[in-house]
Design a protein around this ligand. Structure first.
Ligand code: UDP
Ligand code: MG
Length: 324
């Protein structure tokens, strides 16, 4: 039996990009249908993430023109991760496989065929991995590398150079639906579901038009969110730091006592001020780390809906707010 594929495509202010990439997505879908790899029931599902431009109008237009295009609209901008989740949950009961992919043409659309093949070969999760970062600037390459290294060091299991271009089977999606956390970091959460996985490699292209929504500050936030929502290693590091500083201060005290006994006094207020400032800094950093976790707990206990869908192209009517 041919699998029903849902492409899940988050879109935020992409009016310049969508008219071009929607054609490419459709071409790929039709190619896969012609090759009898996926069913005619397969769909290209756009998730409008509260765009402020004409993105939703374009999606509605596409849905009117071709039944393979469908779209859902979030009631406001919630961010990339929540948009992908909204699409995945929408596809959960109607698809056999989903492929999440950015709508800007950066992820190589033609790689989907290799992903589908890997699924038929038995993989339940297929990660799209960038084979090179030649199109990135040196700065982006450097920060991206640091991003993955820090994540791994901090105990977050991710696939190196994999972003959010991935195939997951209905089986994995069903299990993943049980992950109810509000702080989302999909590339760290999906590996936790388990099952057989594999990677396919692709060349990452330039953005077709428009600008990235992920400048450095957002990348740093994403990394901090990823680490603190998936690992408690930083808390252990604080304990380690505390022990280290205690040992250091014990040595200091010992040294002060010995020099006193030997008839010399440790002098100078400068050294005292330095130690106080150093300790103040260390304590504030540790408080900051603790604060990150408390903030995460605060958001988790509220358990607010992770997305709210205001419209679907196929119902053509506003729906009541839906809980995610
Ligand atoms: N995106 C989204 N909501 C946001 C920001 C981005 O749905 O708040 C979508 C965006 O339209 C694109 C994908 O997420 O399809 C990745 O964003 P972008 O290309 O800006 O990030 P980059 O590829 O530069 O990391
Ligand atoms: Mg992009």
């Amino acid at each position: 039996m041919k699998a029903v594929l849902y492409m899940v495509i988050p879109c935020y202010n992409e009016e310049e990009v969508l008219p071009v990439t929607s054609g490419l997505f459709l071409e790929e879908l039709q190619l896969l249908i012609e090759k009898e790899k996926i069913s005619e029931e397969s769909r290209i599902l756009f998730v409008n993430d509260g765009s402020k431009d004409r993105t939703w109008e374009i999606i509605e237009g596409l849905a009117r023109e071709n039944p393979h295009f469908i779209g859902i609209c979030q009631s406001r901008n919630r961010g990339h991760q929540n948009a992908v989740l909204a699409g995945l949950m929408e596809a959960k009961d109607v698809s056999d496989i989903t492929i999440s992919i950015d709508c800007d043409g950066q992820d190589d659309i033609a790689t989907m065929e290799a992903m589908v093949d890997a699924y038929y070969d038995g993989a339940e999760v297929v990660y799209g991995v960038r084979s090179s970062r030649d199109t990135d600037t040196f700065f982006k390459r450097f920060t991206a590398q640091a991003f993955y290294k820090v994540l791994m060091r901090m105990g977050v299991e991710t696939v190196y150079n994999h972003a959010d271009y991935r195939l997951i089977s209905a089986r994995v999606l069903k299990e993943f639906a049980g992950f109810k956390e509000v702080n989302l970091f999909l590339r760290g959460m999906i590996p936790l579901v388990g099952f057989k996985s594999t990677s396919v490699f692709y060349e990452r292209h330039e953005r077709i038009a428009g600008e990235s929504h992920y400048p450095l500050a957002k990348m740093v936030n994403l990394a901090i969110d990823g680490i603190t929502s998936l690992s408690v290693k930083p808390l252990r590091l604080i304990s380690g730091l505390g022990i280290g500083v205690s040992v250091l201060s014990f040595v200091g005290v010992l040294w002060a006592v010995i020099t006193q006994i030997c008839g010399r006094t440790v002098t100078g207020w400068a050294s005292t001020v330095c130690v106080i400032c150093f300790m103040g800094g260390v304590q504030l950093v540790c408080l900051g780390v603790l604060g990150e976790y408390i903030g995460k707990i605060y958001m988790e206990v509220k358990a607010r809906p992770r997305y709210i869908i205001s419209e679907r192209t196929w119902t053509k009517q506003n729906e009541d707010e839906e809980k995610g």
